[in-house]
Design a protein around this ligand. Structure first.
Ligand SMILES: Cc1cc2nc3c(=O)[nH]c(=O)nc-3n(C[C@H](O)[C@H](O)[C@H](O)COP(=O)(O)OP(=O)(O)OC[C@H]3O[C@@H](n4cnc5c(N)ncnc54)[C@H](O)[C@@H]3O)c2cc1C
Length: 376
């Protein structure tokens, strides 16, 4: 993607977010309202087609464009950014692993107004997905699916679910549409934040599906999933950058307005330094995310870069949003200002798409591999 095209598209998204999303994000969160209309607006701009290859009717943009777009969306609404990101994971799994018939059947709908969800986690299998118990068994003309999935983003709202299940000796991915008999949803979990994005249990009770619902290579579902995780981690890093950037903007604006001891708060050097440290965190996080994206675009292995970007950026977002609350004093702790919400949203980013402990596990494993190779 040419730099000019990239920045033009990013500007269009930023404009949309500033006009239609940013100021409503707090209200939607209070009402726990699913951002379907805003997602539709992004689809109208072409953002849901962004990373879909040209041959499948997409824009075919690179990961570097994707992370800049995600940063803009997250700066306006984390609920919208998370919904969008999960949707894009479903779209890229389908475009990457689907047969022509599967792509023709579901992709146009996902590029239009259908919403996608990913169901991997179960109550007893989160970080360790090898421990999932949900099963798919072969029937005469298809499969019988049974599972209780947990913590599923857009559960109950999404139209298309990609579900990871035990199947034969391995695991496989299945596409299940909302409305399929036997598919049901728990109520939205009562979370500490991120309320505009519903997170629910997804129950498959003897769901019977046809053979064409199996996505990708039978028995290799987890491998296909794990391959998209690197992409997802870079995406969560980009969300964290957007959130931290926004928190800093709000806090800095406040420092320049609020007066105590006869001067603006920004005149206190201690507070200037806090703001400077926040700025460094945002920029360092952004550069790690962009490095991971560029490595991916170059076709190189990027598992370690993706883990570093996710870990560093989400920890940075936690620090920056916490400092933003501090800088707004008592007002920061109230819902009159958005920074307390940003702080609650940042916590979620440290947990999803592999917790930050799991990112350290990934980085440590890469270090050991590299050392073993260098001494072999
Ligand atoms: C808001 C939200 C949205 C989500 N959306 C989805 C979704 O759309 N689809 C989906 O499938 N899942 C989703 N998840 C689930 C999410 O991916 C899991 O919560 C996450 O992977 C952690 O799993 P767990 O909650 O079971 O924690 P556990 O795996 O039980 O971890 C508990 C603690 O132990 C630590 N830990 C675990 N293993 C290790 C280890 N080897 N070394 C060191 N520390 C370790 C963890 O870091 C954590 O601190 C979502 C979760 C949330 C909160």
């Amino acid at each position: 993607v040419e730099a000019d095209d990239r920045s033009a598209f990013v500007r269009v998204v930023r404009d949309f977010i500033e006009r239609h999303v940013q100021d409503q994000a707090g209200v939607l969160d209070e009402r726990a309202q699913f951002p379907r209309a805003a997602l539709g607006g992004l689809a109208a701009l072409g953002a849901t087609a962004l990373t879909v290859p040209l041959r499948h009717g997409g824009i075919g943009a690179d990961t570097q464009t994707y992370v800049e777009v995600l940063e803009e969306i997250a700066a306006g609404s984390i609920a919208l950014a998370g919904t969008y990101m999960v949707h894009m994971t479903v779209t890229s799994l389908l475009a990457g692993h689907g047969t022509d018939a599967q792509i023709a059947r579901w992709l146009p709908r996902l590029l239009d107004d259908s919403v996608g969800a990913m169901a991997m986690t179960e109550a007893d299998a989160g970080s360790d997905l090898r421990g999932i118990r949900g099963t798919a068994t072969d029937t005469e003309d298809g499969f019988r699916l049974n599972a209780t999935k947990m913590f599923i983003t857009s559960g109950g709202e999404a139209d298309v679910y990609v579900v990871l299940l035990r199947h034969g000796e391995g695991t496989s991915l299945f596409v299940v549409e909302r409305g399929t008999p036997g598919l049901s949803f728990g109520p939205p979990l009562r979370k500490m934040g991120y309320s505009g994005s519903p997170t629910t249990a997804v129950v498959l009770d003897d769901v019977l599906v046809e053979r064409d619902r199996l996505l990708g290579v039978p028995g290799k579902g987890l491998q296909s999933m794990l391959a998209t995780l690197d992409h997802g981690r870079i995406g969560v890093g980009a969300m964290a950058v957007g959130l931290a950037r926004r928190a800093l903007d709000v806090a800095y604006g406040y420092l320049c307005q609020r007066r105590q001891f006869g001067q603006e708060l920004i005149e206190f050097q201690g507070l200037q330094f806090m703001a400077a440290d926040m700025r460094i965190q945002v920029e360092a996080a952004r550069q790690l995310v962009r490095l991971a994206a560029a490595t991916r675009d170059a076709g190189e292995r990027h598992t370690e870069q993706a883990a570093m970007a996710k870990l560093f950026a989400t920890d940075a977002a936690m620090r920056v949003t916490t400092d933003a609350v501090q800088l707004l004093g008592g007002y920061g702790y109230t819902r009159e200002y958005p920074v307390e919400r940003y702080m609650r949203e940042a916590k979620m980013l440290q947990i999803v798409e592999g917790t930050n402990q799991i990112q350290r596990v990934v980085i440590s494993r890469q270090m050991r591999e590299l050392y073993a190779r260098s001494t072999a």
